[in-house]
Design a protein around this ligand. Sequence first.
Ligand SMILES: Cc1ncc(COP(=O)(O)O)c(C=O)c1O
Length: 393
Amino acid sequence: MCGKNGMDEFRYIDRTSTNAEKYVLREKLFHTREVQPLWVADMDIATPVCVINAVQKRLEHPILGYEIMSDSAYEAQIDWMRHHHGFEMKREWLSYSPSVVASIGCAIRAFSEEGDEVIVMDPVYPLFYSMVKENNRELIIHPLKQDDSGIYRFDLERLGAQITSKTKLLLFCSPHNPIGRVWSRSELLALGELCLEHGIRIISDEIHSDIVYAPNKHIPLASLSSAFLENTVTLMGPGKTFNMAGFSISTVCIASQTLREMFEAECKRVHWGDGALLSHVAFEAAYREGDGWYQKLLGHLSDHAQRIAEALFATPIRYTKPEATYLAWLDCREMELGDRELREFFVHKAGLGLSPGLSFGKEGSGFMRLNFAVASEQLDEALEKLCGALDGL
Ligand SMILES: Cc1ncc(COP(=O)(O)O)c(C=O)c1O
């Protein structure tokens, strides 16, 4: 277990002297540096001490030549997945990937041909759309709609009708960014069955699987049945959980030998490699020793999710605490601003740099996404600015 200094670990860390995307790209995205950046999905929270220590220890050895990712690093993730998600993975199913998005691209090329169709649910992490388009596949966009209780759902009947003989893949986000849904067992079962029925393989991006708030429970899609296991490529990694996306390390889990060979062949074409040695040790330390820090992190983030609800309660912004992720999906439609005006309101009136809902697809129109994985003082300041700006509307 790592980290002994309690909430100090979640103190504000000034990143302005680093190349943090969130800060460096402010000018380009918001045309001003005078915004509090609450966009890209990483945390302004120190990476756990056990990870930093492991990297420092490795640097005591003066040779930094080629290394492979060790079995014990994979075993650390296998243990984590068994313990936290009840998913029993085998070592041979797993391989290294420099990035979940890179794995998505590789899987699209491995399991479909140019011109084939790939299902993507809208709204979703923007790179889902671009990976399909950049690889010359056709997008089938399935809109996620809120039910009467405001819960986002996919519509299996409609999805079934969208499928054609050219539909080869479903690009699935579980838990879902940006809406923060944790898909239930019955939803996963129904979706997985539909895909099996139509011979559609599933790429399940589960990068957000650890940031889940009780009583919700993430269920790895592949863990639900042996047929699902054979039909699913699961993408996961420590980047979100331990705030170590800068290490460029994730894994791909493919139980089917046939699919694994197809994926590996595609990896060979781009000389994918086995990653950087410092990432290997960081990965292993995080999964092996990071649980104590992680449990405290969940409490900290859950408290933040609640603070937002309290601050926005009497405003025109509708917000429901997410079931997963540190991303608040703010429904600003009652403000009755166009998408461009909404963005300008947040930047120029509130001084906040958020992700515009429209960047996640058409269904995101009228929404903004706020990253609340910051220090509490930072969040309070942001909410104060937002409420002040709303008062002035
Ligand atoms: C759903 C989802 N997939 C993938 C990524 C990025 O993963 P990676 O940095 O490993 O490419 C993100 C980052 O926000 C994400 O939200």
